[in-house]
Design a protein around this ligand. Structure first.
Ligand code: GAP
Length: 454
């Protein structure tokens, strides 16, 4: 059992909060839901977008050695022949001869059905790719696949990107997008689903530099997760055993998170060598090489691949942020999300729906929403409104009350400490901006007091 300061968390609490507050709903719920497919509601859509924006900023915009890509989900079927997915992207499947349920052979310990103890068939390989047809004719010539990873879109565009961006090794191509796998066993909420989103980097390096840069990316990616507020002791690196390695990988580590069901993969970081570029050169007849100015030779770069799941990152962030604490005779549920990830950064809570309070509140709302994702909530008691904002992880609430009319100040409440401070309305923007960016701030209000230590 893991030694952690974090209270034991059960997944039901996360699923329930996500459903109740509009983060994540079962897909097609009015038809009874569709197994292992999920829809992101208003808050989930904001949170997911924040995760992707944080990744894109850190991995693409803040770096000189990375460019982005957005390739098509449906690719030429030969891509999957070359990549080895047609022949090798499969899991071992067993059927129960009594209850007819199917299981992944490597996920069960017993030799009999885990549900009814019935006899199981011999394992057979089941390809995980979703198959479809392009165009109006459903024959073998029109078979196409939904991509099971975004990575191949990067490999087949290697020459296009290299020629247009004129990057020098080492450099990376980053992509965020949907991937589809007809998983045999799904579950644990959004952890394993059939439609999900990946954030992948293919980082091209000179052969020989691969080990050093592989280690560099292990550290880099771990620190990205901690920069979003995930606790270090809930993350670990696990090296793949030789028999676990994918067909293309020389080495691979998983970044694992301590989810409610135990340590599980959040991201994989693999050394894919020159496998993919060579395979696509061979199958397409187009040479995918890089001209090395130093040696004046064409080389096939090696690839380091940090491959992360958007949905698993959302789940890890929700689990890590979830907290319950005693509050008077009740329990306060609070999502201690990093401000960059919270769906709303600020909530404006007017204590009255009448003028002039409502006018001031509307005015503050209009000004702040230009800079932060801001919510306006005037329903129910102030206590319940604070609770609601705590539960969805809003870092700051700004209350406009009757005193605001006279003293031109608003009450700002901090989600984590619940401390409150009166701040001049005209200083709200700078104060909140500094707080949200984690910068030290000092606002000198008319009375000459320093707003420090909040
Ligand atoms: N291109 C390499 C690759 O796809 P992977 O380990 O199979 O490697 C990378 O997948 C990441 O994609 C995983 O670490 C996980 O975060 C996410 N992922 C994979 N299968 C998933 C599924 N069925 N549901 C949700 N996320 C998944």
């Amino acid at each position: 059992m893991k030694d952690s300061s974090k209270p034991e968390l059960n997944m039901e609490k996360i699923v329930s909060l996500a459903r109740r507050r509009g983060f994540i709903f079962p897909s097609s719920e009015i038809y009874g839901g569709l197994s292992s497919c999920w829809d992101y509601g208003p808050l989930g859509a904001e949170m997911k977008r924040n995760v992707k924006d944080a990744w894109w900023k850190a991995m693409v915009h803040d770096r000189d050695d990375m460019v982005g890509l957005d390739s098509a989900i449906i690719m030429h079927p030969k891509v999957w022949e070359a990549s080895g997915h047609l022949s090798g992207f499969s899991d071992p499947l067993v059927d129960c001869m009594d209850c007819k349920q199917r299981f992944r052979a490597d996920f069960i310990d017993s030799k009999t059905c885990p549900d009814c103890s019935g006899e199981l068939t011999q394992p057979r390989q089941f390809n995980l790719m979703f198959k479809t047809f392009m165009g109006p004719v459903e024959d073998n010539a029109s078979i196409a696949y939904l991509r099971p990873e975004t990575a191949q879109g990067i490999f087949v565009n290697f020459a296009n990107v290299l020629n247009t961006s004129r990057k020098k090794l080492p450099f990376g191509i980053a992509q965020i997008g949907k991937a589809f796998r007809n998983e045999i066993t799904t579950g644990n909420f959004i952890f394993r689903s059939r439609e999900f989103e990946q954030m992948e980097i293919e980082y091209f390096v000179k052969p020989g530099d691969d080990e050093k840069l592989f280690n560099y990316w292990l550290e880099e990616r771990l620190s990205w997760f901690t920069s979003l507020g995930i606790r270090k002791d809930n993350l670990r690196l696990r090296q793949h055993q030789k028999d676990e390695l994918a067909h293309y990988a020389r080495d691979c580590y998983d970044i694992e998170y301590y989810f409610p069901m135990g340590w599980s993969e959040l991201e994989g970081i693999a050394n894919r060598t020159d496998f993919d570029l060579k395979q696509h050169s061979l199958h397409s007849g187009n040479e995918l090489t890089y001209f090395d100015e130093e040696t004046k030779k064409h080389i096939v770069p090696y690839v380091i691949e940090p491959s992360s799941g958007v949905d698993r990152t959302v789940l890890a962030l929700l689990c890590d942020a979830y907290d319950e604490e005693p509050d008077k005779n009740d329990t306060r549920t609070v999502l201690r999300l990093h401000p960059s990830i919270s769906p709303y950064k600020v909530a404006i809570l007017p204590l009255s729906r009448k003028e002039p309070v409502v006018n001031i509140a509307r005015d503050v709302y209009a000004k702040l929403r230009r800079f932060f994702s801001t919510s306006y909530d005037d329903a129910q008691s102030i206590g319940r409104r604070y609770r609601r904002q705590d539960e969805i992880g809003t870092p700051y609430c700004v209350t406009i009350d009757f005193d605001t009319i006279e003293d031109k100040c608003a009450t700002v409440r901090d989600r984590d400490s619940m401390r409150q401070l009166r701040i001049p309305v005209e200083a709200l923007m700078t104060t909140l901006q500094a707080k949200l960016n984690g910068e030290p701030f000092e606002v000198l209000p008319p009375g000459g007091k320093h707003w420090l230590g909040f």
